[in-house]
Design a protein around this ligand. Sequence first.
Ligand code: PEP
Ligand code: MG
Length: 565
Amino acid sequence: MTERTLSGIGVTPLSGVGTVVWYRPDADLPEPPAPADVDAEAELARFEDARAAAEDELEAERERTAERVGEEEAAVFDAHVQFLNDPQITDGVSDAIEGGLPAEHAVQETFTEFVEQFENMGGRMGERADDLRDVRDRLVRVLSDGERVDLSSLPEGSVVVAERLTPSDTAQLDPERVAGFVTVTGGRTSHAAIFARSLALPAIVGVGEELQSVEDGTEVVVDGESGDLVVDPSDERKEAAAAAADVDIRHEAVETADGVDIEVAANIGTLADLGPAVDRGADGVGLFRTEFLFLDRESPPDEDEQYEAYVEALESFDGGRVVVRTLDIGGDKPVPYLDLPDEENPFLGERGIRRSLGPDADLFETQVRALLRAAASADGANLSVMLPLVSTVEELRAGRERFESVAADLDAEGVANELPEFGIMVETPAAAFMADQFAPHVDFFSIGTNDLAQYVMAAERGNERVSELGDYRQPAVLRAIDATVSAAEGEDCWVGMCGEMAGDPDLTELLVGLGLDELSMSAVTVPQVKAAVAETDTADARDLAERVLQADTKAEVAEILTLDQ
Ligand code: PEP
Ligand code: MG
């Protein structure tokens, strides 16, 4: 067999070697009986039962995904429950049943109409079509007593190949057994791609119909970096891919080729993210998004629950630093029981530190108490805290004073506590412009490029229409980063980065050249970024950064970076 290569979109910078297992979950329904033979009342009752059973399944999967993959990824199942109970859709199914269709056919027909409508809308709505399809197939399976193919117990070394993988499918894949997955459809931001990154699975999406020509049992190499699927690979190719998968400097602290230490840490949302962060070799946590402890529940976690969460994070790393960000509620992170105001521009409204110093002052106090106590625990010396969305020096002062006054209260109560290392996130243009004023008052900055790019470029994050504009490689964003790092020079203030940009291994050399001391990212890219740091020479990196900072367009930035690689 001579090897051949199919191309798709690589979504995880990892390689895998294995054997193709086709996953074809959709079974065609048999022809429906004549309408006169359908007992509409009985079918309506079957549909209601199926809906209840599907909701139970979704809740169980939500919980499992939150544990195994992450809280953010699990949220997709909430959207599925919404579709399951959407009156427009359920009325459509009931009408179809009353028109003479059995329940499974009525579900198939009605949901498919909505899927097509969503697809025709394109953009974000188009992406929701996959969720609707997932809900449709689940209902049809429940109604036809179908068993779900068990993706969680595939033979070791399987490469799952499918038309598409839904979030429910992807969440079942066991990274210990599965060598990767490849799909006909899908894009870089599809759910399957996001799950692949969270599970650290080599994956390629959007290969197109040519993928159908790859048969069950074929050996393949999945290169999740280039997007190449190598079919019937040569022995050399397999060895190279296996060696790439084995490069493992993960569990060592990393320095540049000329000996400068760079901390490579992980971003976490819940305690379920700690395991992957440790496994992938993170030096510590560079961003603990604590608001995730507050989501998907009916009331906030109390002081002890929070204290235990912070201590568990500290205990997970052998001496590694854990940077906990205080609550960042608002914007795109609503918390139902907090009754947030209805704002026209929530990203420009009451968010982050603005709420902690305002309407959420009580919640903030509880969190500060838990943090001060955690700082006095056995590993507490490694705790750092930072405030989100700071834009004025007054906010920094008020936040800090809050820590000091709560510490005094704890002292008075005789409760052990310590003031942890203290920093702010730099994610507003105001913080970047004023960084020289902030630096003397903090121990560190952590640059949040997701929001910084959004606010510098006035381009909403997550809005595809302006995603080119909101790209972190825009010269204006790079200058804001440079201004921040330069302002901290000569002060006792280290500078980290915890936005998505920090996890892009193609930019590691540039970030080292710009002077970042720490990079924090989703766990999956930790090994790649560590490898990129080890290859970097700081003098070359500084030279690269200087050239990039002269660029006047994003295209020019991209060109300089590509030439340099
Ligand atoms: C950021 O804005 O870059 C950041 C890391 O914070 P979040 O994504 O949680 O807003
Ligand atoms: Mg942010």
